[in-house]
Design a protein around this ligand. Sequence first.
Ligand SMILES: NC(=O)C1=CN([C@@H]2O[C@H](COP(=O)(O)OP(=O)(O)OC[C@H]3O[C@@H](n4cnc5c(N)ncnc54)[C@H](OP(=O)(O)O)[C@@H]3O)[C@@H](O)[C@H]2O)C=CC1
Ligand SMILES: CC(=O)C(=O)O
Ligand SMILES: [Mg+2]
Length: 768
Amino acid sequence: MSNERKRREALVYHAKPKPGKIKVVPTKKYTTQRDLALAYSPGVAEPCLEIAKDPDNAYRYTTKGNLVAVISNGTAVLGLGDIGPEASKPVMEGKGLLFKIFADIDVFDIEVDTKDVEKFIETVKNIAPTFGGINLEDIKAPEAFEIERRLKQELDIPVMHDDQHGTAIISAAALLNAVEIAGKKLEEVKIVVSGAGAAAVSCTRLYKSFGAKAENIVMLDSKGVIRADRDNLTEEKQEFATARKIDTLEEAMQGADVFVGLSIADIVTPAMLKSMSANPIVFAMANPNPEIDYKLAVDTREDLIMATGRSDYPNQVNNVLGFPFIFRGALDVRATKINEEMKQAAVIALANLAKKPVPEQVNIAYGETRLNFGPDYIIPKPFDPRLITEVPPAVAKAAMDSGVAKEPIQDWERYEVELYERMGSDNKITRLLQNRAKTNPKRVVFAEADHLDVLKAAQIAYDEGITIPILLGRREVILELMNEIEFENTDDILIIDPKSDEQKPQVDAYAEILFEARSRNGITLYEAQKLLRERNYFAAMMVKRGDADAMLSGYSRAYPTVVKPIIDIIGLAKGVTRIAATNLMSTSRGPIFISDTTMNIEPSAEDLFKIAQMTAYTVRMFGMEPVMAMLSYANFGTSSHPNAKKVKQAVKTLHERCPDIVVDGEIQVDFALNRKMLQENYPFSKLAGLKVNTLIFPNLESANGTYKLIKELNKTDSIGPILMGLSKPAHILQLGASVEEMVNMVAVAVVDAQEKEKRKNQSIQAVE
Ligand SMILES: NC(=O)C1=CN([C@@H]2O[C@H](COP(=O)(O)OP(=O)(O)OC[C@H]3O[C@@H](n4cnc5c(N)ncnc54)[C@H](OP(=O)(O)O)[C@@H]3O)[C@@H](O)[C@H]2O)C=CC1
Ligand SMILES: CC(=O)C(=O)O
Ligand SMILES: [Mg+2]
């Protein structure tokens, strides 16, 4: 993708559909007059009075305990420098987003228009009562040191300058591991630190606390090596001044074991890398562009252990891995500060986590086959779901042990469950799906590629490495639209117009195949030729013949007109009598599959059994184990109506023929989703104590209505309908689907193709 396109994409992302990245969402009911009388006057006076009596009650009655201020004056924004408070807002909103998605912490971002240290401190102190913690961000050195020191001293809530300590914690964990992999000792390695600002000073201090020796460290600022005999050094720079008589980065790098970059882009040359010792460690952490380009560095030396602050290369050493989890632990024990013990505990927790076997989910999320502790994996990945249960407890425990926890944790097991459950609402399923698709991209034929949004989806999926698209439609229209959206017409992308003369030989060949298969079903060769000029028939035949791996259609046509060619040409998988569809909803309690959302109007007990079985197959395709409720208006025999009995029969068949599927019913939806209700009333159920993730509805109206209701009311992401039961991957888009929905469906089609390839000779029936 060109830099100009990346630039525009970033601007559109921030501008549309609403400007910015975060919003405030009420957490209490507010529908009735009674609710409002509690939420606001007169009811609100009661918690006010309680807090007036004892300010600590703010933690009980308000969001204070889970609210962090991300505060900046915009003087050192990433590596962009002093760009001012307004210009820093996208970064601060970004930190807010990361706090929320990784640790469920709410954030107000605050941009303060002053460079005056005293005024800044006063502002933060004045607003501190609102917050449970203060995250200082992108404030330049040396002011950052004084601001943080004073605020820590004068406030009784955790205050952390993220660029100093977040960065120090992550890079220290990475350094401990990198040194071990390089077969060296931290006490002995020669370290060059480029930058003498907030991040660099704090990182170097933490490395020293883990054993790095002052005499082995050379630090540089914009003027060169910080020598002890240099004039006008700040207190912090004096702390790291070297006695060596050298001036330049080039000289400092000779024979060095470690380079730590927290300065600006592109100041390290290949020649400098070559002059370093064997197995050198390079952390080029300037953002957004590192001190040396990742590829240039790894091409220069094979024995290099390389990390950057970026997410698009291995070893992202970025404070995103730290601040959400450090604050989570600190807030959860109401720590009055974030002290050295807590930081060191976070370092050790992170370093150790990188050495543990990586869950498959993380491999999938990063499109890796196998992440293993080693030169390309020295630190956990930010999307590792174990971070939330490993780092905050370590930080919380250190706070308790060092006496700064006002509310110590009593039950660690329960705390771990709480931490885990906080993460239910993120969109990791979409991420998982797209990344799994990327591991082995497939050729997807887009039957309606002459529609702008379909083409945009194909472009994104292609850019993301999910698919190699085959574009069906009028060639000149497709080319014009491609030009409009700067979708480069590369050699690997096929454009096919089944109606064109050029395509006639292939249409005729496909028609022969259809004619041969269907001539005894009343189809003539002429009719077959006519059908094959129709794009859905053509696309389906491409998949059938293996000229494409999957097809996608339905954006501009009614469902039945797309289903028919798919069934006619591709046909059902072995053992399947009817196809069905499931929708994956991303809900606040985690992902939920809903079936059958589009195909079977009034399924029989046998149909319900098959729908459940096919859905279980699809759930597993997403790397999850199904925990399935067979829904009804009745619970376990409370009604003898045939509708309830039908579900009961389907459950019986499932229990008999598919003992590997965790499934039960007939059950009402609230009992299925509310673990407490289920446990209290039906403790014998196979679902008791489990988190249901799959709902099989008794008929089409209820399943279809429910998924659309959830989607519209909650504005939840929905992936699907995912067609189940076909012999080859074909998926149907919702009429007028959004580009985002279509990209997800491309990923579904690709993953489906990967799975079908894997199980080539197995049919769904084989699991019976
Ligand atoms: N990966 C990560 O997680 C993080 C990365 N960073 C990155 O670190 C960098 C610094 O951030 P921060 O410490 O907050 O900013 P500061 O403004 O506090 O410090 C910047 C430092 O860089 C020095 N510098 C500027 N030019 C050069 C040069 N040519 N050679 C050597 N040093 C130079 C400055 O020198 P002088 O003192 O002379 O002005 C100053 O010491 C940024 O690029 C930022 O994106 C920061 C935090 C986290
Ligand atoms: C990552 C970060 O905080 C920075 O680059 O400033
Ligand atoms: Mg920063």
